[in-house]
Design a protein around this ligand. Structure first.
Ligand code: B12
Length: 159
C-alpha cells in the first residue's frame, strides 16, 4: 500500500486499479506504470497480465477505487473491451477509466482508435508513446487533485 502523500495540503490515497486485459501477457508497461503511480502517491492495485473484465470490476468494487487503468499491447483491445463499461455500470461503479498501449493492429490512425475507445466509454485513451507522467497529470486533473485552480488550468492533457 502506498504511503499517503500531500497534494496541495490534502493527503492523497486514491485507489487505482491497473491491469492488462484479455489474454495479453505484456507485463513491462504496467510494471512501469505501477511504480510511477505509487511514487506519485496513488494506492495501486495491480491485477497483472491476462485480467478478465470481471476481475477489473470486482477489484474496483472491493476497493471502492477512483480509477481503472486498462492496458493492452497485443492488438485485441477492441474485442477485449466490448461491454466493459456496461459491466461497470451494472456493478454501480462510477469510476474514471483510462486505456493505453498498442490498442489496434498497426495503429495507423490513432485519432480513429482514440475515438473508438472514447465511444466505448473510456475517459482517456493513450498510445504506446505515453510517458507515465502524462497519465498521472491526467488522473490528478480528472480526480481533482490539483491544489489550486491556477495549477489545474496550467496543466492540460490531450488524451
Ligand atoms: C517484449 C514483447 C513481447 C514479450 C512480452 C514479455 C512480457 N511478459 O512482457 C513476448 C515475447 C512474450 C511477446 C508476445 C507477443 N507479442 Co509482443 N512485444 C513485445 C515488445 C517487443 C516490447 C513490449 C514492451 O515491453 N515494451 C516496453 C514497455 C515499457 O512499453 P509498453 O508496453 O508500450 O508500455 C508503455 C506504454 O504503452 C504505455 N501504456 C501501456 N499500457 C497503458 C495503459 C494506460 C492506462 C496508460 C495511461 C499507458 C499505458 O505506458 C507504458 C509505460 O511507458 C513489443 C514491441 C514494442 N517495441 O513495443 C511487442 C508487441 C507489443 N508484441 C506484439 C505481438 C503481436 C505479440 C504476440 C501476439 C506475438 C505472437 N504472435 O505470439 C504475442 C502476444 C502474447 C500475449 N498473450 O500477450 C505486437 C503488438 C501488435 C499490435 N498491437 O498491433 C508488438 C507491438 C510488436 C510488433 N511491432 O508487432 N511480446
Amino acid at each position: 500500500m502506498a504511503v499517503p502523500t500531500v497534494c496541495g495540503g490534502t493527503p492523497m490515497t486514491e485507489t487505482v486499479i491497473l491491469g492488462v486485459i484479455g489474454s495479453d501477457a505484456h507485463v513491462v508497461g504496467i510494471t512501469i506504470l505501477e511504480q510511477a503511480l505509487e511514487a506519485a502517491g496513488f494506492d495501486v492495485v495491480n491485477l497483472g497480465v491476462q485480467t478478465s473484465q470481471d476481475e477489473f470490476v470486482d477489484a474496483a468494487s472491493a476497493t471502492d477505487a477512483e480509477a481503472v487503468l486498462v492496458s493492452s499491447l497485443y492488438g485485441h483491445a477492441k474485442q477485449d473491451c466490448e461491454g466493459f463499461h456496461r459491466r461497470l455500470a451494472e456493478a454501480d461503479l462510477d469510476v474514471t477509466t483510462y486505456i493505453g498501449g498498442n490498442l489496434a493492429v498497426g495503429q495507423d490512425d490513432f485519432g480513429e482508435t482514440r475515438q473508438f475507445f472514447r465511444e466505448l466509454g473510456f475517459d482517456r485513451v493513450f498510445d504506446s508513446e505515453t510517458d507515465p507522467a502524462e497519465a498521472i497529470e491526467a488522473l490528478k486533473a480528472d480526480l481533482d487533485l490539483h491544489s489550486t485552480e491556477t495549477e489545474r488550468e496550467s496543466r492540460s492533457v490531450s488524451a
